[in-house]
Each structure stands twice: as C-alpha cells, then as structure tokens.
Design a protein around this ligand. Structure first.
Ligand code: FE2
Ligand code: FE2
Length: 480
C-alpha cells in the first residue's frame, strides 16, 4: 500500500554487511559486549532506513540478494560477505525476510534476541519452522521469515505465490495469538492496542491483495480455543464486506479491530457455559447474553485513544442485535443498529453457522448458511448488506466442497472473474483411497461451457466437508 521508495545500491550493500556483522559478532560474544551493541545499533539504523517506505523484503534468489525487490549488484570487494550470507541463509533453509514498517518499534534487545534465534536455528532439523514458532512466541510480528523451496527449479512467480500463502498464514495465526493474548490480559486489566492495530493494517492489506485466499482462510475452524479463530474469521469476513461496500482503509482497520474484539466480553462468561455440550438453560443463556456489554466494558479499558475507542465500541455492543432491534442486549439507548454493527452481525452469524458448535454439532455448508440467512433478510439482517455479502461469497462460497457431475469432488478456491461471482475456480480433489485427498488440477468452471455437452463438468451440489473427512483449510494453507 505504501509507496515503494528507492533503496540505493549503497544502502543495500551496507545492510547486507551490517546483517553479516551482527550475526557473526553475536556468535562470538555475550549480550553486554560493546561490539555486539554497536553492530546491533548499526543494523537497526539501516533497518529503519530501508523500511521508511513500508515493508521491505530481503531475499536470496539464485545466489543473488534482493532488497525491496531490487537486485544488489555484484561487488567484488563484498564477495566474501555475500558468500557467507548465502551460506548462512542456505544452512537455515531461509529464502527471505520480510521486515515490516513496525520493525522500527523493535528495541535493540529484540533485535539481539532475533539474531540469537537466527544463529540457533541452524541446530534444528527444520530450522524454518522452529524459527517461525520462536518469532511467534516472542511476538516479533515486525519480521517474517520465508522458507526456501525444495525445488530450486521453480520459477520466480511460483515462489512468490508460495510466499503469499505463507504471509497469509502467518498473519492469520498471529491474529489468533494476538486476540487470545488481549483477551487474557483484558481479564486482568489494562491492555494496549498497538499490536492489534498493526494486525488490522496487515489484514486489510492482505485482503486487498488477495481476497479469495483470505476468505479461504476462514475455513480454519479448529484451534485450541474456537473463540479466537472465530474472531479472526469474523474480522476477515467483515473486512471483506466492508471493502465491497467501499469503506475507506481507515474504516476497514477499525472494522477489523471491532471484529477481533467483538466477543471479548466472553472472558466474563464462565468456561462451563462457553464450552457446555448440549443446550444451555435459560439462566445460562442470560449469562451468555451479557457478553456484548462486558465486551464494551473491556474495550473501555483498552489503552487506546478516546477517538479509536469510540469507533470500535458500538459494533461489539450491537453484534447480536437484529435489524428489527430484537436480539440482545435489550436497550433503550440504541434505536438503530450502526453500519459496523450490521456488518459484524452478518459476518458473525455466517461464521457461526458454518462452524461446529458445542450445542449444534452439525454445521451448515456455506451455501446453506447463506440461504438460511437470506430468509431473514429485512428482519435480522440489512437486506442490501446481506445481498452484497452473498454476492461477495459467490454462488458456491469459497471454501465449499462440491460434487461434480462426473461424481468426483472439488473445493471452491476462487472466482477469477471479479464482476460476476457465478463460475468458480475449483480444485479437483483426488481420492487416494486411504481416506486422504490430494490436490488435483484446477478446473475453471467457466471454461467448461465451451466444451462438448457430453464432456462438460458441472457443479451438482455442495456437501459438508465432514462427509469426505477433509478440512478445506488444509488446501488453503498448503501449496502442494
Ligand atoms: Fe458474540
Ligand atoms: Fe461472535
């Protein structure tokens, strides 16, 4: 989103050199050593410079380094350092780093921890996964590490494609971890929102880059605690809808934050009720219905500017209110649901219907959920917004498992034709025979119409993923 600024050749080489010095001094000296502190400081000041115009990647591709997409020209006098760094990347199976703008907030201590992690990663068999996990544990969202592809023959665009998936995946899991962390802290008292704001920004950018992939990610339903994955899914769906009705970037960010926190009030509802299997009693429901109000109280305690707080408070308060003002909480103060509240309500209900819940083990397929919701247009949901939402999700929503006319199965991945979301791109699922499904070819349903009628493949119906025992999210998370 931010304008690409030019990174000079000089700056590129200085950065490579500083990186090299930092990792080597860290290998040889203790934390409080002056040499280390100096090398961290020089690295940091260059890092600040290269991320001035937004996130910047540092990539190794076929033995050449690229900074911010620009190739570092070969310099004979720097070849020793360049070769060492190539080896350093290779030993750890790293292809690139992505430094986000937020890296300027990283402290020298953070940078040093990051350096030590990088050095240590070499000891582990799968260095990349180990490192990614450690970065998550340290909440280092300012840097992302991408894995080198096994197949070096892959062309550049394919590797970029895999990176896009990795980035989406990282942001997703980071969002879940953040929401969880905020909820844990909110149960005790004050929490900052800086992290959540950054996440919201990343999320909006990712949605603008690849909406279909981000909608696909919402098929992730299982996480150790469903509430957090649910909140992130609602954020993705709500933000997509916001984008479709033309909200500004700033409003989209607010909408994302709203959605992250819409169920924050559940920290005030006991686990026995939240995780109860089977129907809730009236008394338990009454308790459950307090979560929007508790949420508002928690949001008021967030360490955010008053203007931000006021923008993110209404949506969570209203997300269980229907258009006709039935639902909860019962209130005399609000006589009309706000735009944010209406959007959240749609995203929230859709997410919940397509997920298995303790009290309702059978979930709806995406198209069944939309159909059910449509029957309540004008009563529960704003008709125009719901119409946009249904159009956005497509005839067979992204993530749907479908049966094709030849009896085979597929997964709806995308609607390449933006204007008319009628004919999707479907990933053919190949039955391995032992209960596992492999990726087959991509079939663009629009191409089928030009084939002989006898050979045409059509979508017959959607089926619940559980019928094939597959998890659609797996196919969005892994590229081959
Ligand atoms: Fe809720
Ligand atoms: Fe919710």
């Amino acid at each position: 989103m931010s304008a690409r600024h030019h990174i000079s050749e000089e700056l590129g080489h200085d950065f490579l050199k500083a990186f090299y010095h930092m990792v080597t001094t860290a290998r040889n000296y203790q934390d409080n050593n002056q040499l280390i502190r100096n090398s961290v400081r020089s690295f940091k000041s260059l890092l600040d410079k290269i991320t001035t115009g937004g996130e910047t990647s540092f990539l190794l591709w076929r033995s050449r380094f690229y900074l911010g997409g620009e190739k570092l020209p070969h310099r004979r006098e720097a070849s020793g350092i360049t070769n060492s760094m190539i080896e350093y990347f290779a030993k750890r199976g790293i292809e690139s780093f992505n430094f986000l703008e937020s890296s300027r907030d990283a402290s020298p201590e953070d940078i040093l921890i990051f350096t030590r992690l990088l050095n240590d990663a070499v000891k582990f068999k799968d260095s990349h996964s180990w490192l990614a996990q450690k970065l998550l544990e340290h909440d280092f969202s300012w840097v992302q590490v991408f894995k080198k592809q096994e197949d070096d023959e892959k062309d550049y665009s394919e590797s970029q494609e895999e990176k896009r998936y990795q980035k989406a995946r990282n942001t997703y899991y980071h969002a879940v971890a953040t929401v969880k962390d905020v909820a844990a802290k909110a149960a005790k008292g004050m929490v900052g929102v800086r992290r959540s704001r950054r996440l919201a920004q990343n999320m909006v950018e990712l949605i603008q880059e690849d909406e279909a992939l981000m909608i696909g990610m919402t098929t992730i339903k299982e996480f150790d605690d469903y509430t957090y994955a649910h909140s992130v899914n609602v954020a993705l769906l709500a933000t997509c809808l916001g984008m479709h009705i033309g909200l500004s970037d700033v409003s989209l960010e607010h909408l994302s934050i709203c959605a992250f926190f819409h169920d924050l009030g559940k920290v005030g509802v006991s686990k026995d009720i939240l995780l109860k299997k089977g129907k809730l009693t009236d008394k338990e429901w009454d308790k459950m219905k307090t979560h929007p109000l508790i949420g508002v109280r928690k949001i008021l305690m967030l360490n955010a500017s008053p203007s931000l707080r006021s923008r993110i408070i209404l949506g969570p308060f209203e997300h269980h209110l229907n258009l006709d003002m039935t639902g909860y909480p019962r209130t005399l103060f609000v006589t009309q649901v706000s735009l944010m509240g209406k959007i959240l309500h749609i995203a929230d209900v859709y997410e919940a219907l397509t997920s298995e819940r303790n009290y309702r083990p059978m979930s709806y397929t995406p198209d069944e959920a939309l159909k059910k919701m449509w029957s309540e247009a004008g009563k529960s949901f704003d008709t125009i917004l719901l119409k946009r939402f249904i159009k956005m999700m497509g005839t067979y929503p992204i993530g749907s498992v479908v049966e094709l006319s030849d009896g085979s199965f597929g997964l709806v991945m995308d609607y390449p034709d933006e204007t008319e979301r009628r004919l999707p791109l479907v990933l053919h699922l190949i039955d391995e025979g032992n209960g596992t499904w492999q990726r087959g070819d991509m079939i663009y349903m629009a191409d089928q119409t030009s084939r002989d009628l006898s050979e045409q493949l059509n979508i017959v119906r959607t089926i619940p993923p559980s019928q094939l025992r597959i998890n659609p999210a797996d196919f969005f998370l892994h590229v081959k």
